[in-house]
Design a protein around this ligand. Structure first.
Ligand code: BDP
Length: 694
C-alpha cells in the first residue's frame, strides 16, 4: 500500500515538473495511473481486428491509435487478432461519421468512410484521455457541418495579418525541399477536433501564390493535409488575371478573364487533385473586385465558380464589405449589398459572413444576414486569433462567444431558426455546402498560440464546428483534462477561469455594448478618443457617439434604423431601451448619462462599476490561477501567470482611459465607492501613443 502511495506521489511530482512547453497541445497521451482503468482498457486492446481496406487516412488513424495506446497504456504492439478491437466500415453511417460500441468486453469502432474511422479513433483516444470507462459505451456521431475550416491570414513573407503567436507556420522559402515535421503535427491537431478544410493564406491575398513556383510548395502542404482528411483552399486576389496573366482587365464578364481563370484553376488541380477551392475577399478594404467593372459580387463569384465547377471545387465569397459612408452605419453595409443577391449565386458558391455586423468585437449581435438569405448557403466566420480580444496577453475563452452567436434565434423560419441551423443547412439551403470558418490563432511559437489558454479556442472552434450543440462547459472540461494532468480541484479552477474570462474582458474593455473603441490600426488597448482615421468608420467616435447627453449608437427608428434589419421577434430583444439586454444597450441606443438602468444605477454609474469590476475580476483570475501552482506543470503555470499579470496591467489601462475619457462628457464624479484613477487622461493618452508604436 505504502509503495503504491509513494509511486503515485512520484508520478504526481513528475507531471508537475517535467518539461512541457505546450507543443503537444491536447494530444499528450500521458500514462494512465489508475490501475483498474488501465486494466480495463488494456483488455480491449489485446489486438486489433481490422476489417477495412487500407487507405492513407486509415493508416493515419491506426498510427494515431498506436501512439495513443503506447503513451497511455504502454501497449507496444497491436497484432492482428480476430478477438481484438474491431475496426470496420459501416455504410449505414454518414460520411465522416463513426460509432463506438462496447458489448461483453468487445469494442467495435465503425466508420461511415475512412475519415469516419479517423475521427472515431480520435474520439476513442479522447475518451481514454479523460479516463472515461468504455464499458457499455454506445455512441454514434457525424458532423453537423460539411466544411469545418481554418482560415490562415498568413502572408507569403512569413508574417501573419493579425497573428500574435509568432511567424507563419508555412516556411515558403524553404518549401518544397525542406518539409517541417510541424506541418504534420498541425494537420494532426486539426484532425483530432474534426477540422477538414484549411485556407493557407491571407484573404488580403497575393496573386503570386498561384504561380507554378508557389504551387509546387502548396502541393507539399496539400499532400500532408490529405492524409489527415483535410482539403486545402487558397485565398485568391481578384485582380490575378491582370497581375499574373498581364491581361488588360479582371472584369468577370470578359471572355479572356474567364478563360484565364479556367486555365489557372485547371493548373491548380494538376498539382492538387482534391483542391478545395477559392476564398475571396473582394471590394473590401481596398482589395480588388468585380465592382470596379460595374459588376456585382454575384458576377464575380459565379465567374470563379464556373472555372472550378468541373473540378468539383467551391468558391467561398466573403460578405465582409462596407463602403465608407460618413452618414451611414457600417452595421448595415454588408446586408444592403448582399441581401438583394440572394438566390443569384451559383450552386457551388457559399457566402461567408462574419459572426457580427461590425468586426469580431468582444460581444456583437449576430449578423443580420443570417436568416436573410434563405436561397444562399452561408458560412459563419469567427476570428480565433485575438485581434480585438487582447492579443496573447488576455485570457478569453471564445466558446462562450461562439455559442452566443450559434444559439441566437434569427426567427427567419419561425422560432428556433438559430444561426447554427441557418449555417448547418438544416433550414433548407444546400446541406452539402454548409460551412463554418475560424481565422486561425496559430503561429510559430513553440506552444502554437502564444497564450497557452488560447489553445482552448482552437480546440473549442473545432469541437463546435463538429457539433454546435456541445456546451462551453463540457468543451472546457475536455480541454482542461487533456491539457493539464491534474487533480479535480485544479481542473475545476482552470475550467472556471475559462468560463468567466469572456465576461471579464468585456467588462474592462467595452461594457454595456460599447464597441470598436480600441487603438488605431494595431487594435491594441483603448483609444476611445480616436476621432480621425483614414475612414470615418475606423474612428472610435463613429461608434460610441458620446456627447453631453449620453452615450451609444442609436440604431432604432429614430437613428440609423439598423435594428430593422432583424426579424420583429429579434428586434423585441433590443428595441426598447428600458428592457434591452444591458450587454447590448449601447449597440442600439444612445442613452442619457442619468438614465436609471434595471440595475438601479444610472448609465454613468453602471459604466464605472463595470470598468472597475472588470479589473477586480482579473485580480480574482490571478488568485485562482495561483492556486494551481504545484498542481500543474511549472513551466505552463509560470507562463500563464505572467500573461495574467500583463492582462491586469492592460485592464487598468482600459479602465482608466475609458472612465476618464467618458467623464469629460458625463461631467460627473466617479462613484465614491471606487478609488480614483492614479493617472490623468493626458497621461493615459500619452501611454496609448506609446503602445500604438507611433
Ligand atoms: C479586420 C482586420 C483586417 C482584416 C479584415 C478582414 O483588421 O486586418 O483584413 O478584418 O476580415 O478585422 O478582411
Amino acid at each position: 500500500m505504502k509503495i503504491k502511495l509513494l509511486l503515485l506521489i512520484l508520478l504526481a511530482i513528475s507531471f508537475t515538473s517535467r518539461a512541457d512547453d505546450g507543443y503537444r497541445l491536447w494530444l499528450k497521451y500521458e500514462a494512465i495511473s489508475d490501475q483498474n482503468l488501465r486494466q480495463e482498457y488494456i483488455r480491449y486492446f489485446n489486438g486489433i481486428n481490422l476489417q477495412v481496406t487500407s487507405t492513407p487516412i486509415v493508416e493515419t488513424a491506426i498510427g494515431e491509435l498506436k501512439v495513443g495506446l503506447k503513451g497511455m497504456l504502454g501497449i507496444d504492439k497491436l497484432n492482428q487478432n480476430s478477438k481484438g478491437f474491431i475496426i470496420k466500415t459501416d455504410t449505414k453511417l454518414k460520411k465522416e461519421g463513426f460509432s463506438i460500441q462496447e458489448k461483453n468486453g468487445q469494442l467495435i469502432l465503425s466508420g461511415g468512410d475512412d475519415k469516419g474511422i479517423l475521427y472515431g479513433i480520435f474520439d476513442l483516444l479522447r475518451e481514454i484521455q479523460q479516463k472515461h470507462s468504455l464499458k457499455n459505451i454506445s455512441k454514434s456521431e457525424s458532423p453537423k457541418i460539411a466544411f469545418r475550416m481554418l482560415n490562415h491570414w498568413d502572408n507569403m513573407n512569413g508574417t501573419i495579418e493579425r497573428g500574435y503567436a509568432g511567424a507563419s507556420l508555412w516556411k515558403w522559402f524553404e518549401l518544397p525541399e525542406t518539409i517541417e515535421p510541424r506541418y504534420t503535427d498541425y494537420a494532426r491537431a486539426n484532425a483530432s477536433i474534426g477540422i477538414n478544410a484549411v485556407a493557407v493564406n491571407n484573404v488580403n491575398a497575393s496573386a503570386r501564390l498561384l504561380t507554378k513556383e508557389y504551387l509546387v510548395k502548396v502541393k507539399v502542404l496539400a499532400d500532408i493535409f490529405r492524409k489527415y482528411g483535410i482539403k486545402l483552399f487558397l485565398s485568391v486576389n481578384f485582380a490575378s488575371p491582370k497581375i499574373l496573366g498581364k491581361l488588360k482587365t479582371s472584369d468577370p464578364l470578359d471572355p479572356q478573364v474567364q478563360a484565364w481563370w479556367k486555365a489557372k484553376t485547371k493548373e491548380v488541380y494538376e498539382y492538387i487533385p482534391d483542391f478545395g477551392g477559392f476564398l475571396v475577399k473582394a471590394n473590401s478594404e481596398g482589395e480588388p473586385g468585380p465592382q470596379e467593372f460595374g459588376r456585382s459580387h454575384a458576377d464575380g463569384a459565379n465567374m470563379l465558380s464556373e472555372a472550378i465547377l468541373p473540378h468539383k471545387g467551391i468558391v467561398i465569397w466573403r460578405a465582409f464589405v462596407y463602403s465608407p459612408n460618413p452618414n451611414g452605419d457600417r452595421f448595415k453595409e454588408a446586408y444592403n449589398e448582399f441581401k438583394p443577391l440572394d438566390g443569384k449565386f451559383n450552386q457551388n458558391v457559399i457566402v461567408q459572413v462574419k459572426n457580427g455586423p461590425i468586426d469580431f468585437q468582444s460581444r456583437e449581435p449576430f449578423h443580420p444576414l443570417f436568416g436573410a438569405m434563405p436561397r444562399t448557403p452561408l458560412s459563419l466566420e469567427f476570428q480565433i486569433t485575438q485581434e480585438y480580444l487582447g492579443f496573447t496577453t488576455n485570457v478569453f475563452y471564445q466558446s462562450i462567444l461562439y455559442k452566443e452567436c450559434l444559439d441566437s434565434d434569427t426567427y427567419s423560419q419561425g422560432k428556433g431558426s438559430t444561426v447554427a441551423k441557418v449555417i448547418d443547412g438544416s433550414l433548407g439551403t444546400n446541406p452539402n455546402l454548409s460551412m463554418i470558418a475560424g481565422v486561425a490563432n496559430t503561429g510559430s511559437d513553440r506552444n502554437w498560440t502564444g497564450h497557452l489558454l488560447s489553445q482552448a479556442n482552437w480546440y473549442a472552434f473545432g469541437r463546435l464546428a463538429w457539433n454546435h450543440e456541445l456546451t462551453s462547459e463540457s468543451i472546457a472540461d475536455e480541454w482542461v483534462q487533456m491539457t493539464f494532468q491534474t487533480d479535480e480541484k485544479s481542473r475545476k479552477t482552470i475550467q472556471s477561469i475559462l468560463l468567466k474570462s469572456r465576461d471579464t474582458y468585456v467588462k474592462f474593455t467595452t461594457p454595456l455594448g460599447l464597441h470598436h473603441i480600441m487603438g488605431h490600426n494595431l487594435h491594441f488597448g483603448p483609444e476611445p478618443w480616436l476621432a480621425k482615421s483614414a475612414r470615418p468608420d475606423w474612428s472610435s467616435l463613429y461608434y460610441h457617439r458620446a456627447d453631453s447627453v449620453g452615450l451609444g449608437f442609436n440604431r432604432t427608428q429614430s437613428g440609423s434604423q439598423a435594428l430593422s434589419l432583424y426579424h420583429p421577434e429579434v428586434q423585441k430583444r433590443w428595441i426598447n431601451p428600458k428592457n434591452c439586454e444591458l450587454d447590448y444597450l449601447l449597440w442600439f441606443h444612445h442613452v442619457a448619462w442619468n438614465e436609471k438602468l434595471s440595475t438601479g444605477n444610472t448609465l454613468w454609474e453602471e459604466l464605472c462599476f463595470r470598468y472597475y469590476s472588470g479589473v477586480k475580476e482579473v485580480e480574482i483570475l490571478q488568485k485562482e490561477w495561483q492556486q494551481c501552482e504545484g498542481k500543474i506543470n511549472q513551466t505552463l503555470f509560470l507562463d500563464v501567470k505572467g500573461r495574467l499579470a500583463a492582462q491586469h496591467r492592460e485592464a487598468l489601462n482600459w479602465r482608466d482611459a475609458c472612465v476618464l475619457y467618458f467623464q469629460t462628457f458625463s461631467n460627473q464624479a466617479i462613484p465614491a465607492s471606487l478609488e480614483k484613477p492614479q493617472r490623468s487622461l493626458e497621461e493615459m493618452k500619452e501611454l496609448v501613443e506609446i503602445y500604438q508604436l507611433k
